[in-house]
Write a protein that binds this ligand. Structure first.
Ligand SMILES: C[S@@+](CC[C@H](N)C(=O)[O-])C[C@H]1O[C@@H](n2cnc3c(N)ncnc32)[C@H](O)[C@@H]1O
Length: 488
Protein backbone atom coordinates (compact mmCIF):
# COMPACT_ATOMS: atom_id res chain seq x y z
CA UNK A 1 0.00 0.00 0.00
CA UNK A 2 1.26 3.48 -0.88
CA UNK A 3 2.30 5.90 1.76
CA UNK A 4 2.89 9.60 1.84
CA UNK A 5 6.46 10.75 2.50
CA UNK A 6 6.30 13.08 5.49
CA UNK A 7 8.64 15.69 4.00
CA UNK A 8 9.19 19.11 5.59
CA UNK A 9 6.56 20.57 3.25
CA UNK A 10 3.97 18.02 4.35
CA UNK A 11 4.87 18.44 8.03
CA UNK A 12 4.12 22.17 7.74
CA UNK A 13 0.55 21.55 6.48
CA UNK A 14 -2.47 21.58 8.76
CA UNK A 15 -4.59 18.46 9.20
CA UNK A 16 -8.38 18.20 9.15
CA UNK A 17 -10.29 15.00 9.81
CA UNK A 18 -13.12 14.56 7.33
CA UNK A 19 -16.11 15.96 9.19
CA UNK A 20 -18.75 13.64 7.73
CA UNK A 21 -16.86 10.56 8.82
CA UNK A 22 -18.78 7.90 10.73
CA UNK A 23 -16.93 6.11 13.53
CA UNK A 24 -17.99 2.87 15.20
CA UNK A 25 -16.82 1.74 18.61
CA UNK A 26 -16.47 -2.02 18.30
CA UNK A 27 -15.00 -2.68 21.77
CA UNK A 28 -13.80 -0.77 24.85
CA UNK A 29 -10.51 0.12 23.21
CA UNK A 30 -11.26 -0.34 19.52
CA UNK A 31 -12.87 2.05 17.04
CA UNK A 32 -13.47 1.40 13.34
CA UNK A 33 -13.18 3.84 10.45
CA UNK A 34 -14.10 3.34 6.79
CA UNK A 35 -11.61 4.33 4.10
CA UNK A 36 -13.24 5.92 1.07
CA UNK A 37 -12.19 3.01 -1.14
CA UNK A 38 -14.19 -0.11 -0.27
CA UNK A 39 -11.25 -2.28 -1.33
CA UNK A 40 -9.12 -0.90 1.55
CA UNK A 41 -9.82 -2.82 4.79
CA UNK A 42 -11.52 -1.06 7.72
CA UNK A 43 -9.09 1.00 9.77
CA UNK A 44 -9.08 -0.16 13.41
CA UNK A 45 -7.67 2.22 16.00
CA UNK A 46 -7.19 2.17 19.77
CA UNK A 47 -7.76 5.07 22.15
CA UNK A 48 -4.52 6.78 21.05
CA UNK A 49 -5.60 6.46 17.40
CA UNK A 50 -9.01 7.96 18.22
CA UNK A 51 -7.18 10.85 19.96
CA UNK A 52 -4.97 11.32 16.89
CA UNK A 53 -8.06 11.60 14.73
CA UNK A 54 -9.71 14.02 17.17
CA UNK A 55 -6.55 16.14 17.17
CA UNK A 56 -6.86 16.71 13.41
CA UNK A 57 -8.86 19.86 13.98
CA UNK A 58 -7.53 22.17 11.24
CA UNK A 59 -5.20 23.87 13.72
CA UNK A 60 -2.65 21.14 14.37
CA UNK A 61 0.09 20.67 11.78
CA UNK A 62 1.12 17.27 10.53
CA UNK A 63 4.50 17.95 12.21
CA UNK A 64 2.97 18.57 15.63
CA UNK A 65 0.85 15.42 15.31
CA UNK A 66 3.90 13.42 14.33
CA UNK A 67 5.73 14.68 17.38
CA UNK A 68 2.88 13.80 19.71
CA UNK A 69 1.64 10.52 18.20
CA UNK A 70 4.44 9.36 15.90
CA UNK A 71 5.88 6.71 18.19
CA UNK A 72 2.68 5.70 19.94
CA UNK A 73 0.74 2.62 18.96
CA UNK A 74 -2.40 4.11 17.43
CA UNK A 75 -3.71 1.19 15.38
CA UNK A 76 -5.56 -1.65 17.08
CA UNK A 77 -2.91 -3.91 15.52
CA UNK A 78 -0.03 -1.84 16.94
CA UNK A 79 0.50 0.48 13.92
CA UNK A 80 2.33 3.64 14.91
CA UNK A 81 0.95 7.15 14.70
CA UNK A 82 3.52 7.79 11.97
CA UNK A 83 2.11 4.96 9.86
CA UNK A 84 -1.38 6.44 10.31
CA UNK A 85 -0.18 9.92 9.30
CA UNK A 86 1.50 8.44 6.25
CA UNK A 87 -1.70 6.80 5.02
CA UNK A 88 -4.88 8.45 6.21
CA UNK A 89 -4.74 11.43 3.85
CA UNK A 90 -4.18 9.25 0.77
CA UNK A 91 -7.15 9.44 -1.63
CA UNK A 92 -8.14 5.83 -1.10
CA UNK A 93 -8.38 6.42 2.68
CA UNK A 94 -9.59 10.05 2.70
CA UNK A 95 -9.97 9.99 6.47
CA UNK A 96 -8.29 13.37 6.70
CA UNK A 97 -6.99 16.20 4.58
CA UNK A 98 -3.63 17.99 4.80
CA UNK A 99 -3.46 21.51 3.42
CA UNK A 100 -2.55 25.11 3.94
CA UNK A 101 -6.22 26.18 3.75
CA UNK A 102 -9.65 24.63 4.16
CA UNK A 103 -10.43 23.23 0.69
CA UNK A 104 -12.81 25.00 -1.73
CA UNK A 105 -13.92 27.63 0.79
CA UNK A 106 -16.19 29.36 -1.69
CA UNK A 107 -18.78 26.57 -1.61
CA UNK A 108 -19.75 26.85 2.05
CA UNK A 109 -20.97 23.63 3.60
CA UNK A 110 -20.67 21.71 0.33
CA UNK A 111 -16.89 21.97 0.37
CA UNK A 112 -16.11 18.66 2.01
CA UNK A 113 -18.55 16.87 -0.23
CA UNK A 114 -16.89 18.42 -3.25
CA UNK A 115 -13.48 17.51 -1.97
CA UNK A 116 -14.54 13.89 -1.54
CA UNK A 117 -16.05 13.92 -5.01
CA UNK A 118 -12.80 15.18 -6.48
CA UNK A 119 -10.85 12.54 -4.60
CA UNK A 120 -13.22 9.81 -5.74
CA UNK A 121 -12.89 10.96 -9.34
CA UNK A 122 -9.16 10.78 -8.93
CA UNK A 123 -9.00 7.12 -8.00
CA UNK A 124 -12.13 5.43 -9.18
CA UNK A 125 -11.84 5.85 -12.92
CA UNK A 126 -9.65 7.32 -15.57
CA UNK A 127 -10.19 10.97 -16.45
CA UNK A 128 -9.87 10.11 -20.14
CA UNK A 129 -12.96 9.46 -22.25
CA UNK A 130 -13.31 5.70 -22.03
CA UNK A 131 -14.78 5.27 -25.50
CA UNK A 132 -18.25 4.92 -26.95
CA UNK A 133 -18.31 1.14 -26.37
CA UNK A 134 -17.16 1.27 -22.76
CA UNK A 135 -20.59 1.23 -21.12
CA UNK A 136 -22.02 -1.58 -23.25
CA UNK A 137 -18.82 -3.61 -22.62
CA UNK A 138 -18.97 -2.99 -18.89
CA UNK A 139 -22.58 -4.15 -18.66
CA UNK A 140 -22.31 -7.10 -21.02
CA UNK A 141 -18.96 -8.46 -19.81
CA UNK A 142 -17.75 -7.00 -16.50
CA UNK A 143 -20.73 -7.61 -14.23
CA UNK A 144 -20.49 -11.19 -13.06
CA UNK A 145 -23.25 -11.14 -10.45
CA UNK A 146 -26.19 -9.03 -9.38
CA UNK A 147 -25.21 -9.52 -5.73
CA UNK A 148 -24.52 -6.20 -4.02
CA UNK A 149 -24.26 -4.36 -7.36
CA UNK A 150 -26.81 -1.71 -6.37
CA UNK A 151 -25.50 -1.59 -2.79
CA UNK A 152 -21.92 -0.74 -3.68
CA UNK A 153 -21.39 0.02 -7.39
CA UNK A 154 -24.41 2.10 -8.35
CA UNK A 155 -27.24 2.85 -6.00
CA UNK A 156 -30.33 4.14 -7.76
CA UNK A 157 -33.21 6.25 -6.49
CA UNK A 158 -35.60 3.35 -6.97
CA UNK A 159 -33.20 1.09 -5.04
CA UNK A 160 -33.14 3.52 -2.10
CA UNK A 161 -36.95 3.50 -2.07
CA UNK A 162 -37.54 -0.20 -2.79
CA UNK A 163 -39.05 -0.99 0.64
CA UNK A 164 -42.01 0.83 2.19
CA UNK A 165 -40.76 3.98 3.93
CA UNK A 166 -42.22 6.84 5.90
CA UNK A 167 -40.32 9.12 3.47
CA UNK A 168 -42.88 8.07 0.81
CA UNK A 169 -45.75 7.92 3.27
CA UNK A 170 -45.44 4.19 3.68
CA UNK A 171 -45.14 3.44 -0.04
CA UNK A 172 -42.27 2.41 -2.32
CA UNK A 173 -40.98 3.92 -5.54
CA UNK A 174 -42.76 1.32 -7.69
CA UNK A 175 -46.06 1.63 -5.81
CA UNK A 176 -45.95 5.38 -6.32
CA UNK A 177 -45.46 4.73 -10.02
CA UNK A 178 -48.56 2.53 -10.06
CA UNK A 179 -50.49 5.29 -8.34
CA UNK A 180 -49.22 7.94 -10.80
CA UNK A 181 -49.75 5.81 -13.92
CA UNK A 182 -53.34 5.30 -12.85
CA UNK A 183 -53.73 9.03 -12.22
CA UNK A 184 -52.33 9.80 -15.66
CA UNK A 185 -55.02 7.59 -17.14
CA UNK A 186 -52.49 5.02 -18.36
CA UNK A 187 -54.54 2.18 -16.89
CA UNK A 188 -57.94 3.42 -18.07
CA UNK A 189 -57.40 0.98 -20.90
CA UNK A 190 -54.72 -1.25 -19.42
CA UNK A 191 -51.58 -1.92 -21.44
CA UNK A 192 -51.40 -5.42 -22.92
CA UNK A 193 -47.61 -5.48 -23.27
CA UNK A 194 -45.18 -3.72 -20.94
CA UNK A 195 -41.45 -3.75 -21.66
CA UNK A 196 -39.15 -2.69 -18.86
CA UNK A 197 -35.72 -1.79 -20.20
CA UNK A 198 -32.78 -1.95 -17.76
CA UNK A 199 -34.78 -3.31 -14.83
CA UNK A 200 -31.79 -3.77 -12.48
CA UNK A 201 -32.78 -6.28 -9.81
CA UNK A 202 -36.50 -6.06 -10.60
CA UNK A 203 -37.73 -4.01 -7.63
CA UNK A 204 -39.52 -1.44 -9.79
CA UNK A 205 -41.50 -4.25 -11.47
CA UNK A 206 -42.22 -5.99 -8.16
CA UNK A 207 -43.50 -2.85 -6.50
CA UNK A 208 -45.35 -1.62 -9.59
CA UNK A 209 -47.14 -4.97 -9.65
CA UNK A 210 -47.95 -4.79 -5.95
CA UNK A 211 -49.28 -1.27 -6.39
CA UNK A 212 -51.80 -2.52 -8.96
CA UNK A 213 -54.85 -4.65 -8.27
CA UNK A 214 -54.79 -8.25 -9.59
CA UNK A 215 -57.36 -7.31 -12.23
CA UNK A 216 -55.14 -4.42 -13.34
CA UNK A 217 -52.27 -6.88 -13.95
CA UNK A 218 -54.34 -9.69 -15.36
CA UNK A 219 -53.55 -10.58 -18.95
CA UNK A 220 -50.68 -8.07 -19.14
CA UNK A 221 -47.44 -9.36 -20.69
CA UNK A 222 -44.40 -8.07 -18.77
CA UNK A 223 -41.09 -8.29 -20.61
CA UNK A 224 -37.73 -7.47 -19.03
CA UNK A 225 -35.07 -6.40 -21.49
CA UNK A 226 -31.56 -5.86 -20.15
CA UNK A 227 -28.04 -5.85 -21.55
CA UNK A 228 -26.68 -7.42 -18.33
CA UNK A 229 -27.49 -11.13 -18.32
CA UNK A 230 -26.78 -11.69 -14.60
CA UNK A 231 -29.56 -9.23 -13.70
CA UNK A 232 -32.29 -11.01 -15.63
CA UNK A 233 -32.79 -13.91 -13.17
CA UNK A 234 -33.38 -11.48 -10.31
CA UNK A 235 -35.76 -9.43 -12.48
CA UNK A 236 -37.81 -12.53 -13.29
CA UNK A 237 -37.91 -13.59 -9.65
CA UNK A 238 -38.97 -10.21 -8.28
CA UNK A 239 -41.31 -9.66 -11.24
CA UNK A 240 -43.14 -12.87 -10.22
CA UNK A 241 -43.30 -11.65 -6.61
CA UNK A 242 -45.03 -8.56 -7.99
CA UNK A 243 -47.72 -10.73 -9.54
CA UNK A 244 -46.52 -10.59 -13.16
CA UNK A 245 -45.85 -13.58 -15.43
CA UNK A 246 -42.66 -12.06 -16.81
CA UNK A 247 -40.30 -13.05 -19.57
CA UNK A 248 -36.72 -11.84 -19.99
CA UNK A 249 -34.55 -10.87 -22.94
CA UNK A 250 -30.88 -9.99 -23.02
CA UNK A 251 -30.48 -7.09 -25.46
CA UNK A 252 -29.26 -3.56 -25.87
CA UNK A 253 -31.96 -0.91 -25.53
CA UNK A 254 -30.38 1.01 -28.40
CA UNK A 255 -31.44 -1.77 -30.79
CA UNK A 256 -34.64 -3.33 -29.48
CA UNK A 257 -35.27 -6.83 -30.85
CA UNK A 258 -39.00 -6.13 -30.88
CA UNK A 259 -41.54 -5.79 -33.68
CA UNK A 260 -42.77 -2.38 -34.84
CA UNK A 261 -45.89 -1.17 -33.03
CA UNK A 262 -45.96 -4.12 -30.62
CA UNK A 263 -45.68 -2.51 -27.14
CA UNK A 264 -48.16 -0.48 -25.08
CA UNK A 265 -45.88 0.78 -22.30
CA UNK A 266 -42.11 1.11 -21.95
CA UNK A 267 -40.57 1.69 -18.53
CA UNK A 268 -36.94 2.75 -18.44
CA UNK A 269 -35.77 3.78 -14.99
CA UNK A 270 -32.28 5.22 -14.49
CA UNK A 271 -30.68 3.59 -17.47
CA UNK A 272 -30.08 6.20 -20.18
CA UNK A 273 -26.86 7.48 -18.55
CA UNK A 274 -25.50 4.00 -19.36
CA UNK A 275 -26.11 4.32 -23.07
CA UNK A 276 -23.53 5.16 -25.76
CA UNK A 277 -21.80 8.52 -25.34
CA UNK A 278 -19.88 10.10 -28.21
CA UNK A 279 -17.15 12.67 -27.79
CA UNK A 280 -17.53 15.20 -30.60
CA UNK A 281 -15.17 18.02 -31.45
CA UNK A 282 -16.26 21.60 -32.09
CA UNK A 283 -14.78 21.30 -35.54
CA UNK A 284 -16.98 18.26 -36.31
CA UNK A 285 -20.06 20.06 -35.00
CA UNK A 286 -19.32 23.15 -37.06
CA UNK A 287 -18.55 21.30 -40.28
CA UNK A 288 -21.25 18.64 -39.84
CA UNK A 289 -18.69 16.02 -40.88
CA UNK A 290 -17.86 13.30 -38.35
CA UNK A 291 -14.46 11.65 -38.00
CA UNK A 292 -16.07 8.19 -37.68
CA UNK A 293 -19.42 6.65 -38.71
CA UNK A 294 -20.52 6.88 -35.06
CA UNK A 295 -19.69 10.57 -34.91
CA UNK A 296 -21.51 11.08 -38.21
CA UNK A 297 -24.57 9.35 -36.76
CA UNK A 298 -24.46 11.80 -33.83
CA UNK A 299 -24.09 14.79 -36.16
CA UNK A 300 -26.98 13.55 -38.30
CA UNK A 301 -29.21 13.54 -35.21
CA UNK A 302 -28.20 17.10 -34.41
CA UNK A 303 -28.97 18.25 -37.95
CA UNK A 304 -32.14 16.29 -38.61
CA UNK A 305 -33.82 16.79 -35.26
CA UNK A 306 -32.58 20.41 -35.12
CA UNK A 307 -30.98 19.92 -31.70
CA UNK A 308 -29.73 23.16 -30.23
CA UNK A 309 -26.12 23.33 -29.15
CA UNK A 310 -25.18 26.07 -26.70
CA UNK A 311 -23.07 28.93 -28.00
CA UNK A 312 -20.15 28.39 -25.62
CA UNK A 313 -19.18 25.15 -27.35
CA UNK A 314 -16.02 23.64 -25.84
CA UNK A 315 -13.30 22.16 -28.06
CA UNK A 316 -14.72 18.70 -27.26
CA UNK A 317 -18.04 17.69 -25.74
CA UNK A 318 -20.09 14.61 -24.92
CA UNK A 319 -23.19 13.91 -26.98
CA UNK A 320 -25.73 11.34 -25.72
CA UNK A 321 -26.12 9.27 -28.87
CA UNK A 322 -27.35 6.12 -27.05
CA UNK A 323 -30.43 7.73 -25.46
CA UNK A 324 -31.45 9.13 -28.88
CA UNK A 325 -31.07 5.75 -30.53
CA UNK A 326 -33.17 4.31 -27.73
CA UNK A 327 -35.79 7.03 -28.24
CA UNK A 328 -36.02 6.18 -31.94
CA UNK A 329 -36.55 2.53 -30.99
CA UNK A 330 -39.22 3.49 -28.46
CA UNK A 331 -41.02 5.34 -31.24
CA UNK A 332 -40.74 2.35 -33.55
CA UNK A 333 -41.91 -0.37 -31.14
CA UNK A 334 -44.73 1.52 -29.41
CA UNK A 335 -48.22 1.01 -30.75
CA UNK A 336 -50.13 4.15 -31.70
CA UNK A 337 -51.43 5.40 -28.35
CA UNK A 338 -48.50 3.68 -26.57
CA UNK A 339 -46.56 5.38 -23.79
CA UNK A 340 -43.12 5.50 -22.25
CA UNK A 341 -41.87 6.48 -18.82
CA UNK A 342 -38.21 7.50 -18.82
CA UNK A 343 -36.23 8.57 -15.76
CA UNK A 344 -32.59 9.57 -15.47
CA UNK A 345 -30.33 12.20 -13.93
CA UNK A 346 -29.47 14.89 -16.38
CA UNK A 347 -29.33 18.44 -17.62
CA UNK A 348 -31.57 20.64 -19.73
CA UNK A 349 -28.90 22.67 -21.47
CA UNK A 350 -25.14 22.92 -21.66
CA UNK A 351 -22.81 19.96 -21.94
CA UNK A 352 -23.16 16.52 -20.46
CA UNK A 353 -20.65 15.82 -17.68
CA UNK A 354 -19.21 12.45 -16.71
CA UNK A 355 -20.12 10.82 -13.42
CA UNK A 356 -17.39 8.48 -12.22
CA UNK A 357 -18.58 5.29 -10.56
CA UNK A 358 -16.56 2.25 -9.57
CA UNK A 359 -15.50 0.47 -12.77
CA UNK A 360 -17.38 2.69 -15.19
CA UNK A 361 -18.29 6.25 -16.09
CA UNK A 362 -21.83 7.37 -16.81
CA UNK A 363 -22.93 10.58 -18.51
CA UNK A 364 -25.61 13.09 -17.65
CA UNK A 365 -28.55 12.75 -20.02
CA UNK A 366 -29.24 15.91 -22.01
CA UNK A 367 -33.00 16.21 -21.59
CA UNK A 368 -33.08 19.34 -23.75
CA UNK A 369 -31.92 17.23 -26.71
CA UNK A 370 -34.06 14.27 -25.77
CA UNK A 371 -37.22 16.37 -25.66
CA UNK A 372 -36.46 18.10 -28.96
CA UNK A 373 -35.82 14.73 -30.58
CA UNK A 374 -38.98 13.27 -29.05
CA UNK A 375 -41.09 16.06 -30.53
CA UNK A 376 -39.31 15.71 -33.86
CA UNK A 377 -40.16 12.00 -33.92
CA UNK A 378 -43.81 12.86 -33.30
CA UNK A 379 -44.22 12.15 -29.57
CA UNK A 380 -46.33 14.21 -27.24
CA UNK A 381 -44.20 14.73 -24.18
CA UNK A 382 -44.42 15.89 -20.59
CA UNK A 383 -41.39 16.58 -18.52
CA UNK A 384 -40.56 17.42 -14.91
CA UNK A 385 -38.43 16.77 -11.86
CA UNK A 386 -38.65 13.31 -10.32
CA UNK A 387 -39.21 14.44 -6.68
CA UNK A 388 -42.22 16.50 -7.80
CA UNK A 389 -43.55 13.66 -9.93
CA UNK A 390 -43.34 11.35 -6.93
CA UNK A 391 -44.73 14.02 -4.61
CA UNK A 392 -41.85 13.68 -2.13
CA UNK A 393 -41.91 16.26 0.65
CA UNK A 394 -38.61 18.18 0.29
CA UNK A 395 -38.00 18.52 4.04
CA UNK A 396 -38.30 14.81 4.83
CA UNK A 397 -35.17 13.88 6.81
CA UNK A 398 -33.20 10.82 5.77
CA UNK A 399 -29.89 9.21 6.75
CA UNK A 400 -26.84 10.53 4.89
CA UNK A 401 -26.05 8.06 2.07
CA UNK A 402 -22.29 8.33 2.74
CA UNK A 403 -22.99 7.29 6.33
CA UNK A 404 -25.13 4.40 5.11
CA UNK A 405 -22.22 3.03 3.03
CA UNK A 406 -19.89 3.25 6.06
CA UNK A 407 -22.44 1.58 8.35
CA UNK A 408 -22.92 -1.19 5.83
CA UNK A 409 -19.22 -1.97 6.10
CA UNK A 410 -19.32 -1.95 9.91
CA UNK A 411 -22.32 -4.28 9.90
CA UNK A 412 -20.63 -6.59 7.41
CA UNK A 413 -17.57 -6.83 9.68
CA UNK A 414 -19.89 -7.56 12.62
CA UNK A 415 -21.64 -10.26 10.57
CA UNK A 416 -24.96 -8.39 10.54
CA UNK A 417 -27.06 -7.48 7.52
CA UNK A 418 -27.58 -3.84 6.62
CA UNK A 419 -29.26 -2.71 3.41
CA UNK A 420 -28.56 0.61 1.70
CA UNK A 421 -31.87 2.49 1.74
CA UNK A 422 -33.34 5.91 2.38
CA UNK A 423 -33.87 5.64 6.16
CA UNK A 424 -35.88 8.09 8.22
CA UNK A 425 -34.52 8.42 11.76
CA UNK A 426 -37.16 6.10 13.24
CA UNK A 427 -36.48 3.44 10.56
CA UNK A 428 -32.74 3.67 11.09
CA UNK A 429 -33.04 3.44 14.87
CA UNK A 430 -35.15 0.34 14.54
CA UNK A 431 -32.82 -1.25 11.97
CA UNK A 432 -29.61 -0.67 13.89
CA UNK A 433 -30.87 -1.65 17.34
CA UNK A 434 -28.08 -2.17 19.89
CA UNK A 435 -25.35 -0.98 17.48
CA UNK A 436 -26.72 2.55 17.42
CA UNK A 437 -25.25 3.86 20.72
CA UNK A 438 -21.77 2.86 19.49
CA UNK A 439 -22.03 4.86 16.30
CA UNK A 440 -20.73 8.43 16.04
CA UNK A 441 -20.96 11.03 13.31
CA UNK A 442 -23.97 9.75 11.32
CA UNK A 443 -26.44 12.47 10.43
CA UNK A 444 -29.58 13.22 8.48
CA UNK A 445 -30.27 15.42 5.46
CA UNK A 446 -33.37 16.97 4.01
CA UNK A 447 -34.22 14.66 1.13
CA UNK A 448 -33.94 17.68 -1.24
CA UNK A 449 -30.41 18.54 -0.06
CA UNK A 450 -28.02 17.94 -3.01
CA UNK A 451 -25.58 16.47 -0.49
CA UNK A 452 -28.02 13.62 0.20
CA UNK A 453 -28.35 11.99 -3.24
CA UNK A 454 -28.79 14.78 -5.77
CA UNK A 455 -32.45 13.76 -6.12
CA UNK A 456 -33.21 17.11 -7.77
CA UNK A 457 -30.99 16.12 -10.73
CA UNK A 458 -33.37 13.30 -11.68
CA UNK A 459 -35.95 14.05 -14.35
CA UNK A 460 -39.02 12.27 -15.72
CA UNK A 461 -39.97 12.26 -19.38
CA UNK A 462 -43.44 10.96 -20.21
CA UNK A 463 -44.02 10.15 -23.85
CA UNK A 464 -47.12 9.32 -25.81
CA UNK A 465 -47.21 8.20 -29.40
CA UNK A 466 -50.35 9.79 -30.85
CA UNK A 467 -53.13 7.28 -31.43
CA UNK A 468 -53.44 8.24 -35.05
CA UNK A 469 -49.72 8.33 -35.63
CA UNK A 470 -48.56 10.24 -38.67
CA UNK A 471 -46.89 8.11 -41.34
CA UNK A 472 -43.22 7.36 -40.63
CA UNK A 473 -40.88 10.28 -41.24
CA UNK A 474 -39.53 10.23 -44.76
CA UNK A 475 -35.93 9.15 -44.87
CA UNK A 476 -33.95 12.30 -45.51
CA UNK A 477 -30.86 11.50 -47.48
CA UNK A 478 -27.99 13.64 -48.61
CA UNK A 479 -27.35 12.97 -52.27
CA UNK A 480 -24.74 15.01 -54.07
CA UNK A 481 -25.38 18.05 -51.93
CA UNK A 482 -29.22 17.93 -52.24
CA UNK A 483 -31.58 16.89 -49.50
CA UNK A 484 -34.18 14.44 -50.68
CA UNK A 485 -37.27 13.35 -48.87
CA UNK A 486 -37.86 9.61 -49.44
CA UNK A 487 -40.61 9.06 -52.01
CA UNK A 488 -42.90 6.11 -52.21
C1 LIG B 1 -28.50 2.06 -13.16
S1 LIG B 1 -29.27 0.57 -13.48
C2 LIG B 1 -30.95 0.90 -13.12
C3 LIG B 1 -31.67 -0.33 -12.67
C4 LIG B 1 -33.12 -0.17 -12.27
N1 LIG B 1 -33.95 0.28 -13.35
C5 LIG B 1 -33.24 0.74 -11.07
O1 LIG B 1 -34.01 1.70 -11.14
O2 LIG B 1 -32.60 0.45 -10.06
C6 LIG B 1 -29.21 0.43 -15.23
C7 LIG B 1 -29.86 -0.80 -15.76
O3 LIG B 1 -29.88 -0.73 -17.18
C8 LIG B 1 -29.21 -1.85 -17.73
N2 LIG B 1 -28.56 -1.36 -18.96
C9 LIG B 1 -27.45 -0.59 -19.07
N3 LIG B 1 -27.22 -0.29 -20.35
C10 LIG B 1 -28.20 -0.86 -21.08
C11 LIG B 1 -28.51 -0.92 -22.46
N4 LIG B 1 -27.76 -0.30 -23.36
N5 LIG B 1 -29.59 -1.62 -22.83
C12 LIG B 1 -30.36 -2.27 -21.94
N6 LIG B 1 -30.12 -2.26 -20.62
C13 LIG B 1 -29.06 -1.56 -20.18
C14 LIG B 1 -28.28 -2.32 -16.64
O4 LIG B 1 -27.92 -3.65 -16.79
C15 LIG B 1 -29.16 -2.08 -15.42
O5 LIG B 1 -30.11 -3.09 -15.25
Amino acid sequence: MDQLALTDDVLALRAWRMPDMVVYQHADDEWWLTPLDDAVPLVRVNRAGASLLAAMDGQATVGSLLEKFGNRACGAGGETGRACLERWSLPRYSLCYYGAEVPAQDRGEARWGLLLLKIREGWSASTEFEGAGHLADFHSHDIATHKDHFEVIETTVSHLFREPTAALEGLTYGRLLAHNFRKLGWWTRKPRTIVEVGGGLGYVARELGKGLAPEEREGVRYVFLDITRPFLASQLELGKEGGWHPTGLQANGEFLPLKDASVDLIVDNENMADMTPVKLSRQEAESGRGATPLHQEALDWIRRAGLSLDKDMPAEFIFNLGPLRFLREVWRVLKPGGRAFLVEFGIEQGWSAPVKLPGHTEYETHFGHLRQAARWLGFQEKYGALPQFLGIKPDTRVLCTGAAYAIRRFCEAEGRPFAIRAYTEAEFTQTLGDMLPRLLGHHYHDISDPAWFGLGDFKVLLLEKPAAAPPPKPQIKDVKGFRWGGMR
